[in-house]
Design a protein around this ligand. Structure first.
Ligand code: ATP
Ligand code: MG
Length: 559
């Protein structure tokens, strides 16, 4: 694996694993990442992926990718495929094929029959509402179901008939027989199996009863020899049930569950239910919209996997719930891109410049540095000619104080090219500036003057004749406030400027940048080709601007 993240820090989970290794408690450390294929993975899942695969890698063990596919109504093959692709893109490998909770449906059914046989499970005829209503509250014990004292024979018969499809959805469930007065509501006879007449993406019509998360999860862990079953804190209250099932079933190994705090990010919602609504209601271009916090969205946005892994490492793992500033993710991504992204020239809001003393029809190739942070990245040729584009806001007809860029009569440097001086401003009938007439100094080729004079500004530019037109999608946070939905309606906090489309020009070599690579347009930010591009229509996404605000956020937090 070509993983290049800083050395892994230690945290309370790694400490536990290290102690287990030291005490020789397990032959091999086995973890798993267990997504439910009911949506795309998001940056929160990336935290869990980096933790589970990271620990397996550091301790010479293995991490299984296991689909928690126990609810066929919400799950789809397309999600299974996307999840696999995303985990691989993040840089992780799960060995001999992905696993599925559905692979174990036969074994899970047999164990449910075992539980019934030992009087530890029963078929309940109550409806979902009745079960909920009789479960009690934190301060009040639950009520036992009228079905609770059925004979083993009757339970076995009913459960078999549930499986055979004799009963409609919701008419019966299988419940564990634990304790309706337990202070832990999860132990008040939790549901183990439901009737769901629905085809499953993998098992088709073989089953019409499906195990619940609680019944499938720990047992799947045990089948796979998982040693450390790492999940988020909302499962803490389920751990006694996890342990009860492991103790009361003839499972082949004894996994243990550990919980950590889930990732929350400012300006971001990490809930598959909400993400699905954003997609279905057309607020975004799809699950992989560059504004989505999904791994596929971040990829399309131009975030490198290395930056996401570095972020996961930097935020660490703890048991304290917190909200991480999104600037911190952006900082980790900029850090990678600054080192690795090739520099290019692009102009997003073009203003035409004509160099009057430059020969008509002449084109010369100037040498430009690909990455000042990386000498090995070399140089490239950039065409220069009489007609150019510069950025409209790099010119001011009546420059305010401290505006050092181009203005009438003023000289500036064009990066890697020449010094130019603005001689005349051309307006259209409405008084808009449409063209600048300039002259250049041939002695400044490459960007330095023999007499040592130094203009106060250096501008980026492209040559009009050879530049490629590009649709450029400027992205910003999807939500306009750091705590979306805190005042009520979440969707009212969608930012109207999260995507702004402009039309600019880029240097010819940008056409060779493949989808999946990210470049820096000098002075503007990081950009990447979008898969919507075609040979005659280049579409670019702005990954991030150059302005790193993480230091400012940190100062504000500590100040
Ligand atoms: P959501 O709450 O967004 O619908 P989920 O937790 O139901 O997601 P799963 O597919 O069940 O999604 O998650 C797979 C694994 O990823 C679980 O182990 C879960 O604990 C972990 N996970 C999910 N969200 C986060 C998060 N925000 N931070 C860290 N881990 C997460
Ligand atoms: Mg879940």
């Amino acid at each position: 694996m070509s993983i290049q993240t800083p050395p892994p820090p230690t945290d309370f989970i790694r400490d536990i694993v290290a102690a287990d290794v030291r005490d020789g408690r397990y032959a091999t450390i086995v973890t798993r990442f267990p997504p439910e294929p009911n949506g795309y993975l998001h940056i929160g899942h990336a935290k869990s992926i980096c933790l589970n695969f990271g620990i397996a890698g550091e301790f010479g063990g293995r991490c299984n990718l296991r689909f928690d596919d126990t609810n066929p109504v919400k799950e789809e093959q397309a999600y299974i495929d996307a999840i696999g692709a995303d985990v691989r893109w993040l840089g992780f490998d799960w060995g001999d094929g992905a696993l599925h909770a559905s692979d174990y449906f036969g074994q899970l059914y047999a164990w449910a029959v075992d539980l019934i046989g030992s009087g530890k499970a029963y078929v309940d005829d109550q409806s979902a509402d009745e079960i909920r209503e009789s479960r009690g509250t934190l301060t009040q014990a639950g009520r036992e179901s009228p079905s609770r004292d059925r004979s083993v024979e009757e339970n076995l018969d009913l459960f078999e008939r549930m499986r055979a499809g004799e009963f409609p959805n919701g008419s019966r469930v299988l419940r564990a027989r634990i304790d309706m007065a337990s202070p832990n509501i999860n132990l008040r006879d939790p549901v183990l199996y439901r009737i769901v007449h629905a085809a499953h993406p993998r098992t088709g019509d073989a089953w019409c009863i499906y195990p619940t998360y609680d019944f499938a999860h720990g047992q799947s862990d045990a089948i796979e020899g998982v040693t450390h079953s790492i999940c988020t804190l909302e499962f803490e209250g389920h751990r006694p049930l996890y342990d009860w099932l492991i103790e009361n079933l003839p499972v082949p190994s004894r996994p243990r569950q550990y919980e950590f705090a889930r990732l929350n990010l400012t300006y971001t919602v990490l809930s598959k239910r909400v993400l699905l609504r954003l997609v279905n209601e057309g607020h975004v271009r799809g699950w992989d919209d560059p504004r989505m916090p999904t791994i596929s969205g971040l990829r399309r946005r131009g975030f490198p996997a290395e930056g996401i892994r570095a972020f996961a490492t930097e935020i660490g793992v703890s048991r304290n719930d917190s909200v991480v500033e999104i600037e911190r993710l952006e900082h980790a991504v900029r850090d990678v891109l600054n080192r690795k992204a090739p520099r290019r020239f692009g102009v997003l809001d073009p203003l035409k410049v004509v160099i009057e003393n430059y020969p008509e029809g002449q084109v010369e190739e100037l040498e430009a540095i690909n990455n000042p942070e990386d000498a090995a990245a070399g140089t490239r040729k950039v065409p220069f000619s009489r007609e150019l584009y510069i950025e409209r806001d790099d010119f001011a007809e009546d420059p305010p104080p401290k505006f050092f860029r181009l203005a009438p009569g003023r000289e500036v440097r064009l990066r890697s090219a020449y010094f130019v001086t603005c001689r005349e401003v051309v307006h259209d009938a409405d008084g808009q500036v449409v063209e600048l007439r300039c002259t250049y100094d041939p002695a400044t080729r490459g960007g330095d003057a023999p007499d040592g004079r130094r203009p106060k500004a250096t501008l980026h530019w492209v040559s009009a004749a050879t530049a490629i037109p590009a649709e450029v999608r400027l992205y910003d946070h999807l939500f306009s406030r750091p705590d979306p939905g805190a005042d009520g309606e979440l969707f009212a906090d969608l930012s109207p400027t999260s995507e702004v489309v402009v039309h600019g020009y880029v240097e010819p070599s940008v056409a060779e940048i493949p989808v999946g690579a990210t470049i820096q347009f000098e002075r503007l930010g990081y950009f990447c080709p979008d898969p919507d591009s075609s040979p005659d229509h280049l579409v670019l996404n702005r990954t991030l601007t150059l302005k790193d605000t993480w230091a400012k956020v940190q100062a504000r937090q500590s100040g």
